[in-house]
Design a protein around this ligand. Structure first.
Ligand code: B12
Ligand code: SF4
Length: 436
């Protein structure tokens, strides 16, 4: 019997929503029937903030609604779900994904209309939970990462496997996505975790320095399936792993297999400037690598030391320029508004940005978002403040949000921390510099 609607949000009409496929894989494997509904956030400006539209979309769900989101959607989703539960109290609401995971206990404490939250990867625990709900079972202690109520108590199960389950899938159920052949970008995960300890990132905490790998043959099989889906049309494989490039032997094996199988596909990945050299660049470019995205993070060596990035700006420049000789599109991403950044540090970032652009390297400049469970968050979370004006294309202007969402964000900074900034004394000067 089908009592379940799985809801996911999509940020891009070009790229396949990978989380949906992973969850669909787990449910299909466990023989749990479900509908998959994907809510597009890209068709309309401020699509997030349209609570009525979101409500109408969600309300058509079956008895159990399982929804996943990132932190940006959280206030809107909670307002819409609250309305649904008010009208249909019998509906069972399960949340998952990165947004609810980080603040699961806080959400359960504050919003009693949420029945369950599954932290981390949902592939295995979601079907286990659904089966228990359908059979009317009351013991949830063995559902990995589950947060639930027992009387007045909120119970948080261990989540031993956490994100590491994301290496499990064999072949993903692409048939579950409508018009799958019209997508251009196909996301793939080949590993999970990262051994580095950058202080603005939550991965060191989540993966505890471990990296778990998927069998390369499964990845090749997945790419062959995508090729069949796309027939003769062009597409791009996006390798999503944070740590893909750092395992040199494995990258070489992957590239050799792509060539041996004559797959002839274009792909892109994330890179680290201290793990790439001329020899590796030759191998990846010959096997179809068309783009590499490097997290450089700052133009200031002082900041790079402070965030424990593990390389200098000189090394970054050397490898970015070298990479440009082999790979068509090189992107360098920088972050600004670290709570310990000075105007001088920021000007160094701007200088390198200009220099790299002259060399035809794409540069992205992102404001530092507070990220729960990162070292910087632990250290500076007491200094968070709400910025009322629009701060980036990813954040809505507060005054364009529905009133109930603004109220939630203002009253619950620990839950909706994503909408806050670290206190930064020179904020206005830096924003002016950016504008100019
Ligand atoms: C690809 C990607 C993008 C793509 C999205 C394209 C697409 N089609 O999805 C693009 C480039 C658009 C993008 C943009 C941004 N991104 Co992004 N992105 C990612 C990335 C690298 C991979 C996402 C992915 O596919 N993961 C793999 C799938 C399998 O995982 P998943 O979707 O999370 O699903 C799993 C679990 O979460 C869980 N789950 C999910 N849903 C549900 C539901 C239920 C019911 C259950 C039980 C479980 C469950 O199970 C799934 C299977 O394992 C992640 C990093 C990461 N490691 O996930 C960042 C990440 C999601 N992005 C992030 C951010 C912040 C952004 C930006 C806001 C950038 C910025 N400057 O701040 C923008 C926002 C976009 C916007 N608002 O317009 C953050 C989110 C942090 C947060 N707390 O919300 C992440 C985690 C990176 C990071 N550490 O900072 N991003
Ligand atoms: S920023 Fe990248 S390299 Fe640093 S810990 Fe996070 S995933 Fe690893």
């Amino acid at each position: 019997m089908n009592n379940l609607t799985l809801v996911q949000f999509s940020y891009s009409s070009f790229s396949v929503p990978l989380g949906s496929l992973y969850l669909a894989y787990g449910l299909e494997k466990a023989n749990v029937q479900f509908d998959l509904k994907i809510y597009p956030l890209y068709n309309k400006l401020d699509a997030w903030a349209d609570i009525d539209k979101l409500y109408s979309f969600l309300v058509k769900s079956r008895e159990i609604i399982a929804v996943g989101c990132w932190s940006d959607m959280l206030p809107f989703l909670l307002v819409a779900l609250g309305k649904i539960k008010k009208k249909f109290p019998e509906k069972i609401i399960i949340l998952g994904g990165i947004g609810p995971t980080e603040v699961a206990e806080e959400i359960m404490n504050k919003f009693n209309f949420i029945n369950f939250i599954i932290k981390g990867c949902g592939i295995l625990p979601l079907p286990t939970l659904i089966r228990k709900i359908v059979k009317g079972k009351k013991n949830f202690s063995d559902v990995d990462g589950l947060v639930y109520r027992n009387g007045r108590n909120i119970i948080s199960n261990n989540h031993d496997s956490f994100y590491l389950n994301s290496i499990i899938p064999d072949i993903l159920p692409y048939h579950r996505i409508k018009n799958i052949s019209s997508y251009y970008k196909f996301l793939i995960r080949t590993s999970s975790g990262c051994p580095y300890r950058c202080t603005f990132c939550q991965l060191p905490y989540l993966s505890c320095g471990k990296v778990v790998y998927r069998d390369i043959n499964k990845i090749i099989k997945e790419i062959k399936l995508i090729k069949r889906i796309k027939k003769n049309k062009k597409f791009l494989i996006l390798i999503q792993d944070e740590a893909f490039i750092i395992n040199r032997e494995r990258v070489i094996k992957f590239c050799n297999l792509l060539r041996a199988e004559k797959l002839n596909v274009a792909w892109q990945c994330y890179g680290r400037v201290d793990r790439i050299d001329r020899e590796l660049l030759e191998v990846v470019s010959k096997s179809g690598c068309r783009a590499v995205y490097f997290g450089v993070e700052s133009g200031s060596n002082k900041i790079l030391r402070k965030i424990k990035k593990g390389f200098t700006i000189e090394k970054a420049i050397e490898i970015l320029l070298l990479s440009k000789k082999y790979i068509k599109r090189i992107t360098a991403s920088f972050i600004y508004l670290y709570p310990f950044e000075t105007i001088k540090d920021f000007k160094e970032t701007l200088l390198f940005k200009k220099y790299l652009e002259l060399k035809k390297i794409h540069v992205q400049l992102h404001q530092l978002n507070p990220i729960k469970n990162s070292d910087i968050y632990f250290k500076y979370k007491r200094n968070l403040f709400l910025f009322e004006k629009k701060r980036s294309s990813f954040h809505l202007n507060l005054n364009r949000m529905p009133r109930e969402c603004i109220k939630l964000i203002k009253n619950n900074p620990d839950i909706f921390y994503f909408y806050y900034f670290y206190n930064f004394k020179d904020l206005n000067i830096i924003l002016k510099l950016i504008k100019n």
